[in-house]
Design a protein around this ligand. Structure first.
Ligand SMILES: [Zn+2]
Length: 246
């Protein structure tokens, strides 16, 4: 058994008993874990702070080896993002981020940059008027961090530059983008050079600069198509919150 004090973000939680819950957390030092929060539903615990969805907390974990369930022995909220409880669009955007972070990682996967990205995205979604920009940036940057973002600027087949004058498509079979010449008769959604340039920017930009990008409707829709194609390829099935994340 191993005690660990770290920062954590609640991605998911479910009832375990009348008084306890099992939380799926993304932690800074241990990556994604599931842990039993004993007494998290009791009234006296709520006075000190419950294990709330999307909450950024400092926690003490008791990690058990083998198949034993980890224990969350202490948790202290740092920031619970109240904007998500007041605005349904921001709430669903946060759901999408938490779901994606959960589905694209395995228990035990560790990435401090991904922890920071989730936290920064929640902070951005709490205040930005452009939630769709923050969501597209989160999707592309998460794919990049887990090594599943295709090369965006060059055709996967011939190497032709895709940010200048040629339309491209995302080809799941090729795990990359194809230019018009290499696309053949495939009927994937066309991505304009402007969409490719926006994707390159969002995949690399810091959260502080996301708000600078204005996404016209056509580009926004094409970015959704691109990130959905990549994510579905990784998961081999559509996301549950697909309907609310556009
Ligand atoms: Zn090509």
């Amino acid at each position: 058994m191993d005690f660990c004090k770290t920062h954590a973000i609640t991605l998911k939680r479910r009832d375990y008993s009348n008084s306890s819950q099992i939380a799926t957390l993304y932690t800074r030092s241990r990556g994604k874990i599931r842990a039993l929060a004993k007494g998290s539903k009791r009234i006296e615990k709520k006075l000190r702070g419950s294990v709330d969805l999307f909450s950024h907390m400092e926690v003490i974990l008791l990690q058990k080896g083998g198949t034993g369930l980890n224990l969350l022995t202490e948790w202290e909220p740092i920031h619970d993002f109240p904007a998500f409880r007041k605005d349904v669009e921001r709430f669903y955007a946060a759901c999408h981020v938490a779901e994606l972070a959960d589905m694209l990682t395995e228990e035990g996967d560790r990435s401090e940059p991904l922890f920071d990205l989730i936290l920064d995205t929640f902070a951005s979604l709490s205040s930005t008027k452009r939630t769709e920009v923050a969501l597209r940036a989160f999707e592309l940057q998460t794919l990049k961090l887990i090594g599943c973002l295709p090369e965006l600027e060059e055709c996967a087949n011939c190497g032709r530059n895709l940010t200048e004058s040629t339309a491209a498509v995302f080809s799941p079979v090729d795990s990359g983008l194809l230019c018009e010449r290499c696309n053949g008769r495939k009927t994937f959604r066309t991505l304009s050079p402007g969409t490719i340039r926006a994707a390159v920017f969002l995949a690399n930009a810091s959260t502080a600069t996301w708000d600078r990008l204005h996404l016209p409707n056509g580009i926004s829709e094409e970015l959704v198509s691109l990130s959905r194609g990549c994510i579905t390829g990784v998961l081999s099935r559509p996301l549950e919150t697909r309907r609310v994340a556009i």
